[in-house]
Design a protein around this ligand. Structure first.
Ligand SMILES: Nc1ncnc2c1ncn2[C@@H]1O[C@H](COP(=O)(O)OP(=O)(O)OP(=O)(O)O)[C@@H](O)[C@H]1O
Length: 254
């Protein structure tokens, strides 16, 4: 089994005249928390979208858990255990928090067994999913809002629900798009502490886009820096903080 759960090899993607990804090569070590940083428009979201199957790359390859996933549709990649969360949480507004988390289970029994007559089996699977939803909400300390309509919770709580939805499918790897954006610093640290626990207790692998570097650098193992569609630096948070190229990029001088 390879040391890397994710490998991106020389991926290129352009939109008309805009080169969004200009030959990106990077990897995520199994069980690591890896960050992807870079100024606005540097290509981070496009890279997430290529990895998750939303966009097909013009060239290059993506391997997940030893399998070539280049160009596979998003739902296939999701079912292989590579799950992403969004910067702006995506929830069904008409449902409660609990229902939103329930619908995210990978083998959603509602889908699998609705048409069958195996009602009892359906019920027992449904119960297991419900228990898991309760456990996940409890773990994230948002069980008390489980019955609230998903539109009637705070921004920080929405971020946590988005994370809970991601965890319901028992992913092998999470791709998190700004998990701490728009939440207060205390909660941001709590979210990252929770992610570190996921890593140490469950061996979860993570790739994280985050603009709040002061918080991010306290927790991640390894950092890739993007600029104008390329990876321009990589290393530990300490190495990256002291990297002149990175400092220049963030000061707008590169
Ligand atoms: N669907 C699209 N159509 C056309 N251009 C796009 C599309 N998606 C991204 N781009 C362009 O590709 C480049 C990279 O954008 P991308 O959103 O990947 O950057 P980013 O690093 O995620 O930025 P941010 O931090 O602001 O989210 C930008 O120039 C952007 O305008």
């Amino acid at each position: 089994m390879s040391d890397n759960i994710l490998e991106v090899q020389n991926v290129k993607k352009r939109f008309g005249g805009v080169v969004a990804l200009d030959g990106v090569t990077m990897s995520v070590k199994r069980g690591s928390m890896t960050a992807l940083i870079g100024p606005n428009g540097s290509g981070k979201t496009t890279l997430f979208n290529v990895i998750a199957g939303v966009y097909k790359p013009d060239s290059g390859k993506v391997f997940f858990d030893g399998k070539d996933i280049t160009g596979l549709p998003p739902e296939k990649i999701y079912h292989l255990g590579l799950v992403r969360t969004f910067q702006v949480p995506r929830m069904f507004k008409g449902m409660t928090v609990f229902e939103n988390v329930m619908t995210a289970a990978r083998n959603n029994p509602g889908e699998r067994y609705t048409k069958s007559l195996l009602k009892r089996l359906w019920k027992s699977v449904e119960m297991k999913v419900a228990e898991k939803a309760v456990d996940t909400l409890e773990l994230l300390k948002i069980l008390h809002v489980a019955r609230n309509p998903s539109g009637a919770i705070s921004g920080g709580q929405m971020k946590l629900v988005e994370l809970a939805r991601g965890l319901m499918s028992d992913p092998k790897m999470l791709m998190l798009d700004e998990p701490a954006a728009g939440v207060n610093p205390t909660l941001a640290h709590e979210i990252f502490k929770f992610l570190v626990n996921l890593k140490t207790e469950k061996g979860m692998s993570m790739l994280i886009i985050e603009h709040r570097l002061d918080i991010l650098f306290d927790y991640v193992d390894y950092v890739y820096v993007m600029h104008r569609g390329k990876i321009v630096a990589e290393g530990t948070p300490e190495e990256i903080m002291n990297n002149k190229v990175v400092v220049d990029i963030y000061l707008g001088e590169a």
